[in-house]
Write a protein that binds this ligand. Structure first.
Ligand code: 16G
Ligand code: ZN
Length: 531
């Protein structure tokens, strides 16, 4: 077939370095940008096949998120804006690692296995972050799509969640919103304005937010969005990419891991601040108190604020909908305890990685999911959305129920349900704080985090560690879990687990306890048990 000849010809322009083996990991392919040209071309091919198979538009995002500027990466987005399925992750790895002369065979294998009709049309949306390597790498994706005769639309510079949104809008014929950047701002900002409309007497201080854009795409997009916010949110933007390097001593990952503010930003005591990561799918909040002590409000604190807000509204609206919070093993024990025992909300724990949390959250009417690192969103079932909509339109309900229903409806509209989204999460949190008339300090005191420590340990082969119970217990090597259990017993309010990283060649250790000294000591002792 002529298209295979074209693939052969084009692929010669995107040759695979001999001997290079890469894997489609938890967040796609990610490594030094110099090694990725052939991967990008091949992911263009694969996205085209996935589009033919699903008869829908597929997304390809070129980004390495919070990694350093010299890295890059790519991930595929499925029709409803979710991560691509596991089987196709495997196809991606197969295709990426085929030697140049075996590429057609690998391609044909996938076509056969998936019974793909090659005369079906294909449509692929492509987006990229601000890395200097992203321009040529996203061109390689586009080359891959056109080599297989697919149509493509290049969105250029967008955040990862914006591309997820575009794909979802396109495949739902605009029901989710308009598949343009302008449509994105209109949808989310309008909902934000509606939510904050009746909050009385917000001072300029309350409307003010200090934002660290990680010198990345999020900063660019917040600038574009600002006029839509009609001064209801006044953002002072730091690390906007004009001077500093992407993710260098700034951004959500730096702030979360280092437990300190981005370097070089002056923060006034009590001032509400947040940081995005390099592709704006993660956000963390923080402030410093009058003594200069730094306070981090991570994904767990966001999940708690959001689920409390939603639960109160559901009760006021008189809607009997099942709400749950989905966390990972990294969730601070205090947050889980508060949610289960004070808020009486159902809490579920899953393996690390957004797709796992997303999947479990889909089981509930309202599923709030957050990783401690700041990636998260809220999912509403179709039935839940319909009930809320009906109540909001019902003329026979009392004012209190009606008001709650309207707030719920606008809350749904301010949330990007396709994936965790720093911009949408920021608008949601800002709206909740405004509605509740709450300061960041008041939000912070809902519960107190248990002191904790994370360490990474280099071992000969991290795959010898196998885990169960959402990564909270080690099954192999024999004796390891018992050793951890014995160490944990020595401390108060203690908990610890180990798991092989899905993104680095290390084993990660997590420990928490009643004091920082204890958490540090426990993490250290557990890391010795891992060797
Ligand atoms: C990836 C995941 C993130 C997870 C992290 C864990 C996505 C989009 N990203 O970045 O959710 O927290 O991996 O990394 O799923 P680790 O396995 O190295 O600890
Ligand atoms: Zn990210």
């Amino acid at each position: 077939m002529a298209q295979f000849q074209e693939v052969l010809k084009q692929s010669a322009l995107h040759p695979k370095p001999a001997g290079l083996v890469l894997q489609y990991g938890t967040s796609g392919f990610r490594t030094n940008a110099k090694q990725l040209d052939h991967i990008m071309f091949r992911m263009g091919l694969l996205a085209t096949l996935r589009s033919k198979k699903t008869k829908a538009t597929i997304g390809v995002m070129v980004t390495a998120s919070h990694n350093p500027e010299e890295d890059n990466g790519v991930k595929l987005i499925d029709p409803m804006g979710e991560m691509v399925t596991q089987d196709w992750e495997e196809h991606a790895t197969q295709l990426a690692n085929a030697d140049q002369e075996d590429l057609l065979t690998a391609l044909k294998n996938i076509i056969e296995k998936e019974a793909i009709n090659m005369s079906q049309e294909a449509n692929v949306f492509v987006g990229k972050d601000t890395r200097s390597s992203s321009a040529s790498l996203s061109q390689a994706v586009l080359d891959g799509v056109s080599a297989l005769g697919g149509h493509s639309k290049d969105y250029g510079l967008v955040t990862t969640p914006q591309l997820h949104y575009m794909v979802c809008c396109q495949n739902t014929q605009g029901k989710y919103g308009e598949a343009t950047v302008e449509g994105y701002y209109t949808k989310f900002c309008q909902a934000f304005i509606q939510l904050t409309k009746n909050t009385s007497n917000r001072t300029d201080d309350q409307k003010h937010l200090c934002l660290d854009g990680a010198n990345g795409i999020g900063a660019l997009k917040v600038r574009e969005m600002e006029s839509h916010l009609k001064k209801e949110l006044q953002i002072s933007l730091n690390n906007d990419g004009s001077k500093g390097r992407l993710n260098h001593q700034c951004g959500a990952d730096y702030v979360k891991v280092q437990q300190k503010p981005p370097t070089g930003i002056k923060i006034n005591p009590g001032e509400r601040c947040c940081s995005f990561d390099g592709d704006a799918d993660r956000i963390v909040y923080y402030y410093t108190d009058s003594e200069g002590t730094f306070h981090l409000l991570d994904g767990d604190k966001m999940a708690t604020l959001i689920s409390t807000f939603l639960k109160e509204l559901l009760t006021q609206a008189g809607l009997d909908l099942k709400i749950a919070v989905v966390q990972t093993a990294y969730a601070n024990g205090s947050s889980t305890h508060y949610l289960e025992n004070t808020m009486k909300v159902l809490v579920r724990c899953t393996k690390t990685g957004v797709k796992h949390l997303h999947h479990v959250a889909q089981e509930f009417d309202v599923g709030v999911y957050f990783e401690a690192n700041g990636h998260g969103t809220v999912l509403f079932s179709k039935a839940a959305e319909e009930k809320i909509q009906q109540l909001a339109e019902d003329t026979n309900v009392n004012d209190k129920r009606k008001k709650a229903a309207l707030l719920l409806r606008n809350t749904i509209n301010v949330i990007n349900q396709t994936v965790g989204d720093a911009i949408s999460d920021m608008l949601l949190i800002e709206a909740i704080l405004a509605i509740k008339g709450m300061t960041i300090q008041q939000w912070d005191t809902i519960y107190t985090d248990l002191p904790n420590r994370q360490l990474k340990v280099k071992v000969a082969d991290r795959r010898v560690i196998d885990t169960t119970d959402a990564e909270r217990r080690a099954v192999t090597p024999a004796g390891l879990q018992e050793a951890i259990d014995n160490l944990v017993k020595k401390y108060r309010q203690a908990r610890s687990f180990v798991r092989p990283s899905g993104t680095e060649d290390v084993v990660r250790v997590y420990a928490e306890a009643d004091t920082q000294e204890s958490a540090d000591a426990l993490a250290h002792e557990v890391s010795l048990a891992v060797y």
